[in-house]
Design a protein. Sequence first.
Length: 227
Amino acid sequence: MAMPHILIVEDEEKIATLLKDYLEKSGYRASILDRGDSVMPFLKQHAPDLILLDIMLPGMDGMDVCREIRKFSGVPIIMVTARVEEIDRIIGLEIGADDYICKPFSPREVIARVRAVLRRLNPVRDEKTITAGGIELNEETRQVTAGGKDLNLTPNEFRLLKVIMAHPNRVFSRNELVNQVQGYDYEGYDRTIDSHIKNLRKKIASILPDAEVIGSIYGEGYKFNAD
């Protein structure tokens, strides 16, 4: 089985080298880029399994790089930054990032996050397709359609919708959804779930304007209305 290929986009040489060393010792193949505007040309030639993407980069910042990648690829992205404001965390995940880690960090923590994200993207599948409320979700192709039209979901939106669709009419708290979507306790990211729900509703409403498939239960959380 081929070693997963991790692309490190980091302009601080010491950090990039440290990450590369840890990844390779952990059974991954790693490449390094030190500029944001080098990522698109690289992706035209290579297909990494995951990207560790710093936000503060020369050429093009990490947020813009993530937006550009999400126009054509669902490759998992872990944002890396020293900026700890909550708005940055929310924006980073809204634009399609799969996870977020702040400097300073332990390289072992990064390896754990990489493993968790890759594990989420390659789960043991019990069934390939879930259909409810006029929406069809295919786990194998990672395609979601509403009324036969593609919803074009980000990876986190896909995982969130999959969780609530698999258990129609069950109410999930924000903490439960954070744990289900991120794969572990992601403290402080409750508001990110609200942002993902808002985006999901907007995308569904653009195709099914009269459907209210995602319900809010005040003080409790969210559920998928299959009725």
